[in-house]
Design a protein around this ligand. Structure first.
Ligand code: BDP
Length: 341
């Protein structure tokens, strides 16, 4: 029997087999990162907080819903506890496409999109209602679109409450108590200027280094919302917290633009829709977590100082004017949000 390269028939069927294999390979490769329309999607979502924190729980809800609604075709795995790196480094990776998604804090975005500094203007939002009116309105939508300039696609916002000072070397009842205190601030934010305007000094540090910074005395204090103050255990080493509520900085869920562009139109719509729904889930969890955090702090004997925020606001009025002027569009949208419902 002839055993050469095969008859023309056999060569034809080998060619068909090769073409089929190539098609399978293309589909598999597409599934590794993004997908052609309707193809499988396998993404990683980086999160700083632990699994039981409200942002992480909302990330997980978002991922579970997408998996369920697509029979596992869109498969997003959430990595909590900064397993994929510190927030700032993750932002770089998302831009490059080596991590597909992250949930980050608006103050951390400023290094990549400078107009996001606006979220760090002290006391720019009056209260929670005003903050959400803005985020849910045209101003909030525009801010998400600004992320596109830097290679990101913003999907939705999560709550992060109000940020407050906490110290281990005596309470801060008014801005003058910050004199001589070294306060940790988030990388890239307007917060360092704010701390200095109030009379303290500011040190930029990654979130995960704050506990040891407080413990060793490299810093005297830091600032955050109640759930973060509790989940990080910072209250153990800085047991006075001042409810000065200097900033309300949203959390944002985002995808790298290159990865996003590989999604088909229907998938883009679905991912956005589920992300928006996850905001409601997160806001609900957030409210409960703030209550729980207060109770924990009371049980642990932490001193919660409910201060007159007007004094803190007055100390940074020059800074507020400067940035409200610089970010005029933002400021007008914030004003409009104040007058909605
Ligand atoms: C928390 C944010 C987290 C920030 C952290 C910080 O949820 O994303 O990284 O503050 O202070 O409130 O760095």
């Amino acid at each position: 029997m002839f055993r050469g390269n095969g008859s023309p028939d056999k060569r034809g069927s080998r060619l068909a087999a090769l073409l089929a294999a190539a098609a399978v390979l293309t589909l598999t490769l597409a599934g590794c990162g993004g997908s052609a329309a309707g193809g499988s999607v396998s993404w990683r979502l980086a999160e700083t907080h632990p699994r039981d924190y409200p942002t992480t729980q909302a990330d997980i809800w978002f991922a579970d819903q997408l998996r369920e609604r697509t029979n596992g075709r869109i498969d997003i795995e959430v990595f909590p506890d900064a397993q994929l790196g510190e927030e700032r480094d993750v932002m770089e990776q998302v831009k490059l496409g080596s991590v597909e998604m992250t949930r980050t804090n608006a103050n951390l975005v400023t290094e990549f999109v400078s107009s996001w500094e606006a979220f760090g203007i002290p006391y720019v939002f009056d209260d929670e209602q005003h903050f959400w009116n803005f985020l849910n309105g045209p101003g909030g939508k525009r801010k998400l679109e600004e992320l596109n300039q830097a290679g990101y696609v913003g999907l939705t916002y999560y709550d992060s409450g109000a940020r407050n000072f906490y110290t281990g070397s005596g309470p801060v009842e008014e801005p003058s108590d910050l004199h001589g205190q070294n306060i940790r601030v988030q990388p890239g934010s307007l917060t360092s200027e704010m701390v200095e305007a109030m009379g303290g000094s500011a040190t930029t540090m990654n979130f995960s280094e704050v506990y040891s910074g407080l413990e060793t005395g490299v810093i005297d204090g830091a600032e955050n919302n109640l759930p973060s103050y509790v989940s990080t255990g910072h209250y153990e080493v800085a047991d006075d917290i001042t409810m000065d509520k200097h900033q309300r900085v949203p959390e944002v869920l985002m995808v790298g633009q290159q990865v996003w562009n590989q999604l088909g139109q229907q998938d883009k719509e679905l991912v956005r829709e589920v992300a928006e729904e996850s905001t409601e889930v997160q806001r609900d969890l957030w409210k409960k977590e703030v209550e729980k955090a207060r109770q924990t702090l009371e049980q642990e004997g932490v001193d919660i100082h409910d201060v007159d925020t007007a004094k803190f606001r007055a100390a940074v009025s020059g800074m507020i004017d400067k940035y409200e002027g610089r970010f005029g569009d933002f400021t007008s949208a914030v004003d409009e949000a104040r007058n909605t419902d």
